[in-house]
Design a protein around this ligand. Structure first.
Ligand SMILES: [Zn+2]
Length: 269
């Protein structure tokens, strides 16, 4: 009998070459802004960044996040733009830059903090605008949800950052992690060795938007590191044709080990 992890791995292998949405697949409803649109294939290489909504500019990665968040909080099929306001839910996002952030700030008590070492040197810097994942200035058990979307590949001390995310989550809190991640490789590939205050490139440097250095390419041992940190971990490969989201991964870390995936996510795997 195969365990769940193996089944997921086999499904991943089967889905490694996810189908690119065709011309007839690109018409649909955006689950971020709620508008009926024709999604635009703007990036021929990276499907996670493509099929942009012409109204809110959401990428497939953003719409997967919106669906996962909605499903975890009750209903994945309500667009963020129509989600009921609930300021009682505290959400922390590290370095969120996409258009969905403005919707989240209208719904939740939402902190979206950027990493800016220069700004954080000032003693009176705004704690809601700036934060360092490797040493968060929020008390233990502050948040219901923590989101990082394509941030962890840029974090120098990622184990420390995982520990910080765990610490600031409430006992039933959830961590939604999107990241360039390859479930087909076992060991994370280090691109930059981190030695105290200095960095040493061991592979040719790769930069993402804004000349942000990529420290590593994550493999499955990331999930083990998350488990060692204390999380119950779910790695999901999800395809949402109705929102023009081709298959891609998202990782959910739950502090409470009795956490079960909601139906909306189970059915989308
Ligand atoms: Zn949209």
């Amino acid at each position: 009998m195969l365990d769940c992890e193996k089944i997921r791995f086999l499904k991943y292998r089967a889905g490694r070459f996810w189908k690119r949405p065709s011309d007839s697949d690109v018409k649909g409803r955006c689950n971020v802004c709620g508008r009926g649109v024709v999604f635009e294939d703007v990036d021929p290489v990276r499907m996670r960044e493509s099929f942009r909504c012409p109204v809110c500019d959401s990428s497939t990665r953003n719409r997967l996040l919106a669906y996962a968040l909605g499903s975890l909080l009750g209903d994945g099929d309500t667009p963020l733009a129509r989600m009921k306001q609930n300021r009682g839910i505290k959400v922390f996002e590290a370095s969120g830059v996409a258009s969905y952030c403005k919707y989240l700030s209208g719904i939740f008590d939402y902190i979206n903090a950027q990493y800016d070492p220069a700004a954080m040197k000032k003693p009176d810097f705004d704690r809601r605008k700036f934060a360092d994942l490797q040493g968060l200035h929020y008390p233990d058990e502050s948040f219901d949800v923590v989101i990082t979307s394509d941030v962890f590949e840029h974090v120098r001390f990622y184990e420390k950052a995982l520990g910080e995310v765990y610490r600031v989550l409430r006992p039933d809190g959830l961590f939604l992690l999107q990241i360039p991640y390859n479930h087909g490789i076992e060991k994370t590939v280090t691109r930059v060795e981190v030695k105290g205050g200095g960095d040493v490139n061991v592979l040719p440097p790769v930069y993402h938007v804004g000349q942000t250095l990529v420290y590593r390419d994550y493999g499955r041992d990331l999930l083990d590191t998350m488990r060692d940190t204390g999380f119950k971990v779910e790695y999901l490969e999800i395809e949402l044709p109705k929102y023009c989201v081709p298959g891609q991964g998202i990782i959910i870390g739950a502090k409470d080990h009795s956490f079960r995936l909601p139906r909306g996510l189970r059915s989308a795997i």
